[in-house]
Design a protein around this ligand. Structure first.
Ligand SMILES: NC(=O)c1ccc[n+]([C@@H]2O[C@H](COP(=O)([O-])OP(=O)(O)OC[C@H]3O[C@@H](n4cnc5c(N)ncnc54)[C@H](OP(=O)(O)O)[C@@H]3O)[C@@H](O)[C@H]2O)c1
Length: 313
């Protein structure tokens, strides 16, 4: 991938896509092709085929997807499976037909079985039942991974598939109902601080362990692997360590400056006890993260405060 190559970043206004654009621009790539969903609905097969015919990008970074937390997944299962299958099928097929040199597909750690041994290795895929709350999304993502493999085998199309862990950072979704745990905690502690609340209640026991990667680190990994990785095996992208939800809540509350108490509501479900990706393959490919959790949460909180009215709150 050279600096003058034409690169289509699908989903460039999202958490991941915007970070990928920042990283590409920082490295001097200057021929980026970008479309909002209003300009190009990636669910529309004819429109996507025409777009690839017209623009013929050499590289495709697929960061467009219908994404959400447990509430959104369980309320809109049909939308999650349909939109994601349509977006990825249209983009992979059209990219290959239009002669793209390489495509990067992004899955998610929820593609792995609910009870996969920890840390989760790439070869755990399809070895057991999925977490039921987001299986619609996960099944679509698994189909995307298999499509990359199938197009590689049948057509020699250089499609790689990366599996990021939980991400956070500037541009995140801070909506309380549709967001992931880290941005939701930032917003709740921030609002509790402004109201002067005496306590904030966090769902569950606080004991489950989760891994968090700053999205700028993910973007660094994506560009690194686009440049040097050309194989069909999945690659997990994580930081290799996890924290308990209690540790995370303590850290967020400190960064936000909330002075009250944290209460854990253990009548609410905890979910999987631990979810940590094995990053041996990624490490062996010469990449490691740069941004620690404290530093990353601080920067994300600053971004949230500077963009509160514009962010998806
Ligand atoms: N967030 C995480 O923690 C996480 C973790 C692991 C993997 N991932 C993966 O990373 C990818 C991106 O996630 P994200 O968190 O960046 O999501 P996001 O912030 O919700 O952004 C998704 C982007 O997809 C675009 N999009 C959605 N539907 C579209 C459509 N029909 N046509 C065209 N564009 C459409 C949106 O474009 P507009 O803004 O123009 O509407 C939006 O910019 C996904 O594949 C996800 O599975 C995310």
């Amino acid at each position: 991938m050279n600096e003058a190559d034409r690169i289509f970043v699908a989903g460039h206004r999202g958490l991941v896509g915007s970070a990928v654009v920042r990283e590409l621009e920082r490295r001097g790539f200057r021929n980026l092709v970008l479309r909002t969903s209003a300009e190009l609905d990636l669910r529309n097969q004819a429109a996507v085929a025409q777009f690839f015919e017209d623009t013929r990008p050499q590289y495709v970074l697929l960061a467009a997807a219908k994404v959400g937390g447990i509430y959104a997944n369980s309320t809109y299962p049909a939308d999650f499976i349909r939109d994601n299958l349509q977006i990825q099928t249209n983009v992979i097929e059209s990219a290959w037909r239009a002669g793209a040199s390489k495509l990067c597909f992004l899955g998610s750690s929820c593609i792995y079985p609910k009870l996969a041994p920890q840390p989760i290795r790439e070869d755990s895929l399809l070895t057991g039942p999925l977490e039921p709350t987001n299986e619609w999304y996960a099944v679509a993502k698994i189909a995307g991974i298999k499509m990359c493999k199938a197009y590689r085998r049948q057509h020699g199309f250089n499609a790689i598939a990366l599996m990021p862990t939980n991400l956070y950072g500037p541009g995140d979704n801070f909506d309380l109902q549709n967001s992931h745990v880290l941005p939701a905690l930032i917003r709740r502690f921030h609002e509790a601080k402004l109201r002067g609340d005496a306590e904030v209640t966090v769902w569950g026991t606080g004991t489950p362990r989760r891994e968090f990667l700053h999205v700028d680190d993910l973007a660094g990994a994506v560009v690194h692997l686009m440049r040097m990785y050309d194989r069909e095996e999945l690659v997990n992208v994580g930081c290799g360590s996890d924290v308990t939800i209690r540790e995370l809540a303590d850290l967020v509350s400190t960064v936000v400056g909330f002075k009250g108490r944290l209460v854990f509501d253990d009548s609410k479900p905890d979910g999987t006890p631990r979810k940590l990706l094995d990053v041996t393959r990624l490490t062996n490919l010469g990449w490691k993260p740069q941004i620690g959790l404290l530093e990353g949460v601080r920067a994300t909180y600053e971004w949230f405060m500077a963009n509160e009215s514009a962010s998806r709150c």
